[in-house]
Design a binder for this molecule. Structure first.
Ligand SMILES: Nc1ncnc2c1ncn2[C@@H]1O[C@H](COP(=O)(O)OP(=O)(O)OP(=O)(O)O)[C@@H](O)[C@H]1O
Length: 337
């Protein structure tokens, strides 16, 4: 479990203060995949580096499994850090070492015996699907394969927590998907807690249980991924989710539709009973005519989320009754303002 309590980090550059992280409090439960999303300069990298004290917070505290890192001796901090693996956008592999050596050298430096090192290297290379590349050099690997080596290297220390600093940002969409699948597998099969930072919504959508949105050093919104997707509150979150623009409805059409009713986004959670008949029932029960304008299905970590853009033709009273009915049937309704 990771707890950040009122964590702040201020840098001083040429006599000027830069508040990279301001008063951030977050709790990440054991076994959870937690994402922090934000635009460039939001403070994500600084925040994730505070979790293993690569950056010492200017104020506030960081707890790992209830132990405050800032109070630990150098030796104890080193011990605790072993529970925390980290992967990076740039992989950080030793270029002159083979895949095997990249995993083995850090273990050797930790004083682990040769036999254990070999066992772990084999085990984790198999988990990441690279057993046939042990003697390759990083230059002989693709970006996705390099990230797999970096993941195996982190796992070989058998950490409880994996920190991921934009691990898929340099990869193409297909390779990103494969690495995200791998991170999910690690989370599910090894029970690893994953704390990641990203500027890609797709990463949050596919593998995170919860997400925090960062801007100007602060967390401006936090919640379960499904809630953030269906009810984004803060303007920055809305920009990321693009809930309205995702359907790309031309302005002129929006104006036209609004003359005769309301535009709503309806969300159907895949894990609940089928909501399809609910929309059909709306026209029977109320004086409202629904037209489906667009739709899609998003895959979240643990469920699918069906999304429909619907025009509900009818007067205000009938519309409100219809919305109340849809909500009572478990449909999540977001009205376009
Ligand atoms: N070592 C440093 N010294 C001075 N200022 C820094 C340092 N590291 C980060 N900053 C500043 O802190 C702010 C947050 O930077 P940070 O890298 O944490 O953001 P980010 O969200 O990770 O952005 P990016 O995705 O572009 O890396 C920025 O204004 C940055 O210039």
């Amino acid at each position: 479990m990771i707890e950040l309590k009122q964590t702040s980090k201020t840098y001083e550059v040429n006599g000027k203060k830069v508040e990279a992280v301001k008063d951030v409090s977050l709790t990440i439960e054991k076994g959870e995949v937690f994402g922090v999303i934000g635009y460039s300069g939001a403070g994500k990298s600084t925040l994730i580096r505070c979790v293993n004290l690569l950056e010492k917070p200017t104020s506030g505290e960081v707890f790992i499994n209830g132990v405050s890192l800032t109070t630990l001796s150098k030796q104890d901090l080193q011990k605790t850090r072993r529970k925390i693996g980290m992967i990076f956008q740039g992989y950080n592999l030793l270029k002159t070492a083979t895949v095997y050596e990249n995993i083995a050298i850090p273990l050797k430096l930790e004083g682990i015996d040769k036999e254990t090192i070999q066992k772990r290297a084999e085990k984790y290379l198999e988990i990441v699907g690279l057993s046939d590349k042990v003697n390759h050099y990083p230059s002989q690997l693709s970006g996705g394969q390099k990230q797999r080596v970096a993941i195996a290297r982190a796992l070989a220390h058998e950490p409880e927590i994996l920190l991921s600093d934009e691990a898929t940002s340099a990869l193409d969409p297909e390779t990103t998907e494969a690495i995200l699948e791998l991170l999910l597998k690690i989370n599910r099969e090894l029970g690893l807690t994953i704390f990641l930072i990203t500027h890609e919504l797709n990463v949050v959508q596919r593998i995170c249980d919860r997400v925090a949105v960062m801007e100007n050093g602060r967390v401006v919104e936090e919640g379960k991924v499904v809630d953030i997707f269906t009810h984004p509150q803060h303007p920055t979150t809305k920009r990321f989710i693009g809930s309205e623009s995702a359907f790309n409805l031309p302005e002129a059409l929006k104006t036209e539709y609004r003359k005769t009713g309301k535009l709503v986004s309806l969300y159907f959670k895949g894990s609940e009973k089928s909501n399809e008949p609910a929309l059909a029932m709306v026209s029977r029960k109320f004086d409202v005519l629904p037209s489906i304008l667009a739709g899609g299905i998003e895959q979240l970590k643990n469920e699918t989320l069906g999304k429909l853009l619907v025009h509900l033709r009818g007067d205000k009273e009938a519309y409100e009754e219809a919305i109340g009915y849809l909500e009572s049937e478990g449909v999540i309704v977001e009205e376009w303002k």
